[in-house]
Design a protein around this ligand. Structure first.
Ligand code: GLC
Length: 743
C-alpha cells in the first residue's frame, strides 16, 4: 500500500508540473530556421561538451576561458555542474551568445542524486521492476530540481567478470533481466516525457560490449563474434532504445579491432540504422581523442574525422571536435550533412526539454530545496534497499535475530562506517554523517532497551594487521550472538577499479575464522559492489547476507532484515565464482562436447582439476526466512507450433514460518540448434508474495518468438525441435519438463 501511495504522490506532482508535448512540425520548423543561421563554428560548438572544473570524473583539462567560449557559442553542454544556482549562472552566460542556444547539463546520476539508492547491481538483485523504476524516478525528480537535464544512465553493460569494477553499475550477466531493468530505468528517468520539469534525458551506456573487456580489466579490448554481440550484449541496449531512451553514450573499448567511438557498424548501421534511433550519441570521456592511443587515429584531427563520420554526435572532453571539425568540413573529409545531422539531434533534445522556451526551467532554487531531504524518497530508498539484500545461507534458522537478545556483538571494520554505504558514483553531501546511519546506529535503533550491544572493529578493511583480533574474540565470547560486517571499501568497485584478487580484502576472513572459533553463533554481512570470493566463510559460517552497498538508508534496511522486519527476497544477478581462476563463470554457458557429469568429475571433461565444477552461488540464487516448495510443472500441451502458445503452470507453496516473496524463474534449453545453444536461458520471471502457509498458481505463457536466437547468418529465428523447460527459485534448482516446438 505504501508504494502505491508513493507512486500516487509522484504522479500527482508530475501532473502539477509544467507539461508540454512537443509539436513535431513546429519543432522541425524551428530547428530548420536555427540551423540555417548557425555558423559552422556555432554548430560545432553544440557538439562540444566540457566538464566543469568543480568536479571531475576523468582526467581534467584546465584550458582557456570557458565563459568566453560559452559566449561565442563554442560549448553546447557541460557535465559535472550541479545546483540550481550554478546551472543558472552558466545558462545566463549562454544567453549572452549570438543565438542564445541553451546549455545542456549532464551528470552521472547513477543510483540517486541527493537520496542515494542501492548500487544498480544491488537493485538488480531485487528483480522488482516497479521498485527499480521508482528509484530512477526519484533520482530524476531530485536531479532535475538541481538543474540537471540529462543523466549518464542507465549503464546496461552485460558482464560475466566480477574482476571488472564496473559490474556494480549494471544489472549483471543476463540479457533478459538486463533488458527488463534497462527499460525500467529509462522509464524512471524520463518519466512522463520531456517537457515535464521532473523528467531528465536518459543516456544508455556504454555502447557497446564494454563489460566484456578481456580479463575484466577496465578499458581493455573486446573481441567477440557478432552473433555473441547480438545474442548477449546488445539486448539491453535495444530494450532501452525501444523504451525511448533519449541518448546513448559509446564506450572506451575497441570492439573487434575498431574503437566503439569510431565504430560505424555500432553507431550508424545498428543504432541509427537498424534500430532507427533518433536521439544523439555522446562519446565517453575523451574517448574521441583516445583513438590515437588505440592506434586507430594518427592524431586528434583524424580522430575527429573518424568519430564524427562513425556517428559520435557529441565529444565529451577530448576537444577534437572544437579544434578540428571546421577544417575537416572545409577539406571535405566530414560532410556538412554529418554536422547538421548531429547538431539537429542535439538541438532536438534541448527543444523537447523546453529549454528554448525557458532556459532556466530546471534551475529553480525553491524546487531544489523542496527535494533536498524528501522523506518519501528516503522511505522508498530504504524499501528497495531491503529488497536488494540476498540471503546466501541461514543454517538452523539463525536469522532473524530476536530484538530481545540480551547481548549482541557487532564486529568488523564496517560496523561504524557511514559514507561507505553510499557506494561508488554517489555524491558526498556535507551532512552525510547525519543522514546516513551506520550499522551500529541502525541496530541500536532496532533492538530492545534491554539488549546490550558490544562492539569491536577487529581489523581494518585492507591492511594486514591482526592486532585487533584478541579484542574481537573476547567481545564475541561475551555475546549471545555475533554479527560481523566485512567487505570492500565503497571505492574498490567502480570505474578503473578492476581487481585481480576479489577475495574479501585484508585479513577480514581471518578475523571471521577467529570469531567463529569462539563457538558463538555468527552472522556475516558482506558489503561489496561486485561478487567476492569467500570460500571459507561460505563453508563455515551459518548465516550470510550479501548487502552490496545500499545507499543512504542501507544500514536501516540491513537492520530490518537482521531482525525480521523484512524477509529477504533478493536473488543474485551475477554468478559468484569459487575463485578468480574460475572466471568467467556464468549460468547460460554452452554444454561443450565433454560436459562434466558431476561437481567432481575431471575425467576428460571440461573442468578444472583443482576446483569443483560449480560456482559458489549460481545466478538467480537467494534464500528466504521461509521455505518455498514447487509443484511439478503442468504444460497445457507437450508440443506446439509457431502462432500457438505454450502455458506452463506451477504451484508455489510457502510452507515455512514467515510471509515472504519469491522470484519464480523460468528457463528453457534448446537441445539441438543450427548453432550450439546455452544449457539454460532465462525466459521469464515473476516476483510473488506468499503469506506463510499460502500457495499460489504461477503461470507463464511462451510463444515460438520467445525461443528465438541469432543463427550463424545473424538471423533472429526459432528452430523446431526438443526443448527442456525449468521453473524454480534459481538457475540451478527447479522442476523440469520437456516440450517440442513443431514445424
Ligand atoms: C566516465 C565514465 C562514464 C561517465 C563519464 C562522465 O569516464 O566512463 O560512464 O558517464 O565518464 O562522467
Amino acid at each position: 500500500m505504501k508504494r502505491v501511495a508513493l507512486l500516487l504522490v509522484f504522479s500527482l506532482s508530475t501532473v502539477l508540473l509544467s507539461a508540454q508535448t512537443t509539436n513535431v512540425a513546429k519543432m522541425n520548423r524551428f530547428l530548420d530556421s536555427l540551423l540555417r543561421i548557425m555558423t559552422l563554428e556555432e554548430k560545432i560548438g553544440q557538439m562540444n561538451q566540457y566538464s566543469s572544473d568543480f568536479a571531475a570524473t576523468g582526467p581534467i583539462t584546465k584550458d582557456g576561458d570557458k565563459q568566453t567560449q560559452i559566449r561565442k557559442g563554442l560549448i553546447g553542454s557541460y557535465l559535472n555542474v550541479t545546483g540550481a544556482e550554478r546551472t543558472r549562472s552558466l545558462q545566463e552566460i549562454a544567453m549572452q551568445s549570438r543565438l542564445k542556444i541553451p546549455l545542456l547539463f549532464g551528470q552521472d546520476v547513477i543510483h540517486g542524486y541527493r537520496t542515494i539508492f542501492p548500487l544498480p547491481l544491488a537493485e538488480a538483485a531485487s528483480w522488482d521492476m516497479d521498485a527499480i523504476e521508482l528509484s530512477a524516478r526519484i533520482a530524476a525528480i531530485e536531479a532535475s530540481a538541481a538543474g540537471i537535464h540529462w543523466t549518464f544512465a542507465p549503464m546496461v553493460d552485460i558482464s560475466r567478470d566480477p574482476r571488472w569494477g564496473r559490474v556494480m553499475e549494471g544489472a549483471g550477466e543476463d540479457p533478459l533481466l538486463g533488458s527488463f531493468i534497462a527499460k525500467a530505468r529509462v522509464k524512471g528517468f524520463q518519466g512522463k516525457g520531456f517537457g515535464y520539469t521532473d523528467a531528465v534525458l536518459a543516456c544508455v551506456k556504454h555502447f557497446a560490449a564494454y563489460g566484456a573487456a578481456v580479463g575484466g580489466r577496465d578499458y581493455n579490448s573486446v573481441d567477440m563474434s557478432n552473433r555473441m554481440l547480438y545474442e548477449t550484449y546488445l539486448p539491453p541496449f535495444k530494450a532501452a532504445a525501444d523504451a525511448g531512451a533519449a541518448t546513448f553514450m559509446n564506450s572506451f573499448n575497441d570492439l573487434n579491432g575498431i574503437p566503439a567511438t569510431g565504430n560505424r557498424f555500432l553507431q550508424r548501421d545498428i543504432l541509427k540504422g537498424q534500430w532507427k534511433f533518433t536521439g544523439f550519441v555522446v562519446s565517453d570521456w575523451g574517448s574521441v581523442g583516445e583513438m590515437v592511443n588505440h592506434g586507430y587515429a594518427k592524431d586528434n584531427y583524424e580522430a575527429a574525422m573518424l568519430a564524427a563520420n562513425a556517428g559520435s554526435d557529441m565529444d565529451m572532453e577530448s576537444r577534437a571536435y572544437i579544434q578540428h571539425l571546421a577544417r575537416l568540413v572545409k577539406e571535405g573529409k566530414v560532410k556538412m550533412s554529418v554536422i547538421d545531422d548531429a547538431v539537429r539531434r542535439i538541438l532536438r533534445k534541448k527543444y523537447e526539454l523546453g529549454l528554448f522556451t525557458d532556459p532556466y526551467k530546471f534551475s529553480n532554487v525553491e524546487r531544489e530545496k523542496q527535494q533536498w531531504n524528501n522523506p518519501q524518497h528516503l522511505a522508498a530508498a530504504k524499501e528497495i534497499a531491503a529488497k536488494s539484500i540476498v540471503l546466501l545461507k541461514n543454517e538452523k534458522q539463525l536469522l532473524p535475530i530476536s530484538k530481545q537478545t540480551k547481548k549482541i556483538a557487532l564486529i568488523g571494520p564496517l560496523v561504524k562506517a557511514v559514507k561507505e554505504h553510499l557506494g561508488f558514483w554517489s555524491y558526498d553531501w556535507d551532512d552525510d554523517s547525519v543522514r546516513v546511519p551506520s550499522l551500529y546506529q541502525a541496530v541500536q535503533n532496532k533492538v530492545s532497551s534491554a539488549t546490550q550491544l558490544l562492539y569491536a572493529k577487529g581489523c581494518e578493511l585492507t591492511d594486514t594487521s591482526s592486532t585487533g583480533f584478541a579484542e574481537a574474540v573476547n567481545t564475541a565470547a561475551n555475546a549471545d550472538v555475533v554479527v560481523m560486517y566485512v567487505g570492500e571499501k565503497r571505492d574498490m568497485s567502480g570505474e578503473a577499479k578492476s581487481r585481480s584478487n576479489i577475495h574479501i580484502p585484508g585479513v577480514q576472513e581471518e578475523l571471521i575464522k577467529a570469531v567463529v572459533a569462539t563457538g558463538k553463533p555468527v552472522v556475516v554481512l558482506i558489503a561489496a559492489g561486485r561478487p567476492l570470493v569467500f570460500n571459507w566463510t561460505a563453508e563455515n559460517v551459518p548465516a550470510i547476507l550479501y548487502t552490496w552497498w545500499l545507499g543512504t538508508k542501507g544500514a536501516d534496511a540491513i537492520a530490518d532484515v537482521l531482525f525480521g522486519d523484512y524477509n529477504p527476497s533478493g536473488k543474485l544477478p551475477m554468478t559468484f565464482p569459487r575463485s578468480e581462476g574460475q572466471i568467467p563463470v556464468y549460468y547460460n554457458h554452452y554444454n561443450t562436447g565433454r560436459p562434466a557429469k558431476s561437481e567432481t568429475d575431471v575425467n576428460y571433461v571440461s573442468a578444472y582439476t583443482d576446483l569443483l565444477n560449480s560456482p559458489q552461488y549460481p545466478f538467480g540464487f537467494g534464500l528466504s526466512y521461509t521455505q518455498f516448495e514447487y509443484s511439478d510443472i503442468q504444460l497445457n500441451k507437450s508440443s506446439f507450433k509457431a502462432g500457438e502458445t505454450l502455458t506452463a503452470t506451477v504451484t508455489v507453496i510457502n510452507n515455512g514460518n514467515y510471509d515472504g516473496e519469491e522470484v519464480v524463474q523460468l528457463y528453457t534449453r534448446d537441445i539441438t540448434g543450427s548453432v550450439v545453444r546455452p544449457v539454460k536461458e532465462l525466459k521469464a520471471f515473476q516476483k510473488i508474495k506468499l503469506k506463510k502457509g499460502e500457495s499460489k498458481q504461477v503461470q507463464f505463457t511462451l510463444t515460438a518468438n520467445d525461443l528465438r536466437f541469432y543463427n550463424g547468418q545473424l538471423q533472429y529465428i526459432y528452430e523446431p525441435g526438443e526443448f527442456h523447460l525449468f521453473i524454480g527459485g534459481n538457475s540451478r534448482d527447479g522442476k523440469k519438463v520437456k516440450f517440442e516446438l513443431k514445424k
